[in-house]
Design a protein around this ligand. Sequence first.
Ligand SMILES: *Cc1c(COP(=O)(O)O)cnc(C)c1O
Length: 363
Amino acid sequence: MSNKPIYVTVPSLSPMENFVEILKQAWDTRVLTHNGPLVQRLEKEVNKILELESTIALTNGTIALQLAIRSLELKGEIITTPFSWIATASAIKWEGCRPVFVDIDPETLNIDPKKIEAAITSDTVAIMPVHVFSNPCDIDAIEEIAKRFNLKVIYDAAHSFMVNYKGKSIMEYGDVSCTSFHATKLFNTGEGGACFTNNVELFEKLKRLRFFGHNEAKEIVEDGLNGKMTEIHAAVGLANLPFLSEVLSKRKAIYNIYKEKLSHIEAISFQRINESEYNYSYMPLIFNSEEECLKILASLNESNIFPRRYFYPSLNTISAVKHYSQMKHSEDIASRILCLPSHNDLDFDQVNEICDIILKNYY
Ligand SMILES: *Cc1c(COP(=O)(O)O)cnc(C)c1O
């Protein structure tokens, strides 16, 4: 194997000329921000691709989560998953609410809806599940509980761009869905994110909140912040969009090679997914033990290959966020899961070599 390091992911980028061509417009007009024409065009194109009408482009996915909480005027406890990126929990705290963790289903890796009810108190105001690695949550069960207890639902759909669930974009579910266009995500604008909502009032409110609370007449009518995406970030996204289907099929092909070569290893298991409701942006492997996981990680690192322990550690164990409470499955899975390299610049020979290194540890 060559000595060039192989990382878990690398941003998918269009040829630079495509970006520069789009950027020229911003240079010519001197419009760099304030929901300019490129941001508006990006929102329109995302609407078209996802077949919805509710895209609100933002600075990043964390701000998307915070604005979703803010737009619903939530105060109190928000039930969420400990098996996620830190932003899921920190967004709740930064909006003055308290995250309450509910353990995951060890096969889907998503919040276990059967455990939600027991965590509901008189202070519970919302549920914020994550579609982990783009695998849709048990949306029906979550909506049923939310309805019964009069709770709002915000989906952290940071991983889920281009996933359809029951015939429509997964962004159409919940009171608000939030996604990330961070450099490491399937579709990226460098930094970026978006909220989606089918509630027209909430849609307008989110647009005001991202723009200091301004209404169309530039009066301050909300307690807002600055969540605006810049024209430069929108240009990165607009340049990348035409390559999205290529990016998607490459990831799926990589996933299939890994799965085919590694699925006979009894000591390795995979996230339980529905193949048609997944975007294949991550390649998670679940080992039998943490020891085994660390051994494989070390042997890949020796060959200059850098998978990531996503998500590790389980958020309930991070004392900077919250007092510890045991989350059996999340802690267990977090200790023995690795995401293997998967990105647009990875070639199939490299994928095969990574598989061979893993296989050598077993046979
Ligand atoms: C990436 C990510 C976020 C945060 O998105 P940013 O755009 O990086 O702020 C939130 N939740 C999950 C699950 C993520 O993976």
